[in-house]
Write a protein that binds this ligand. Structure first.
Ligand code: MG
Length: 203
């Protein structure tokens, strides 16, 4: 199983980090050891002083595919979840400055909490879904999947042109604006279309 993460997929988030709005999707990967499920705690790593939350909608690949045409891509996922793409912003800034890969800033242990999955049929329109993240009960990030620059289908098509997608692979589809730091003792709760999906502490 691999975790594919999309960067800069919401215009307002690309702007807040002073990144150009991409003409093509940007993706990177996290190892499976990054995954945290069942609301287990996020353990703040000692190698960073600036861990940021990025709430993201996650889709799960349900069949093998490569070079998938956009018009067939909707057949390749049938469940949807929320995840947090935790980012060591201080290490990422260092990587960016030096033109280095992002793995230490993005792929570290516990960096990919994931909620339970819900079937796409549960939703009227997965391309118009509200989601948000609260920290200690205060709204931190709000998004809607209609604001994605590249749709789920476009992402599946693009990524599968480079990397074969396999059953169980996850795509974290990018974060809206409002990213910011977390600290030990915080409690993160996340909602998708009004359903509470995640509720976990930072330890
Ligand atoms: Mg992200």
């Amino acid at each position: 199983m691999k975790i594919i993460c999309i960067g800069r997929n919401y215009i307002d988030h690309a702007k807040e980090l002073n990144n150009p709005v991409p003409a093509k999707p940007v993706f990177f990967m996290k190892p499976d050891s990054a995954l945290v499920i069942r609301n287990r705690p996020f353990f703040y790593p000692d190698f960073s002083n600036d861990i940021h939350h990025e709430i993201e909608v996650v889709i799960k690949i349900n069949r093998l595919g490569r070079s998938i045409a956009p018009e067939f891509a909707s057949r390749y996922y049938s469940e949807i979840a929320l995840g947090v793409d935790f980012t060591a912003r201080d290490l990422q800034a260092e990587c960016k400055k030096n033109g280095l890969p992002w793995e230490i800033a993005k792929g570290f242990d516990y960096s990919a909490p994931l909620s339970k999955f819900l079937p796409v049929e549960k939703f009227k329109d997965v391309h118009n879904l509200d989601f948000h993240l609260d920290i200690n009960g205060q709204r931190a990030q709000t998004g809607n999947t209609s604001d994605m620059i590249f749709s789920f289908e476009q992402l599946i098509s693009y990524v599968s042109g480079f990397v074969t997608l396999k059953t169980g692979d996850l795509i974290y589809t990018g974060t809206p604006a409002g990213v910011g730091p977390v600290k030990i003792g915080d409690r993160l709760t996340a909602y998708l279309d009004g359903t509470r999906m995640m509720d976990f502490p930072v330890k």
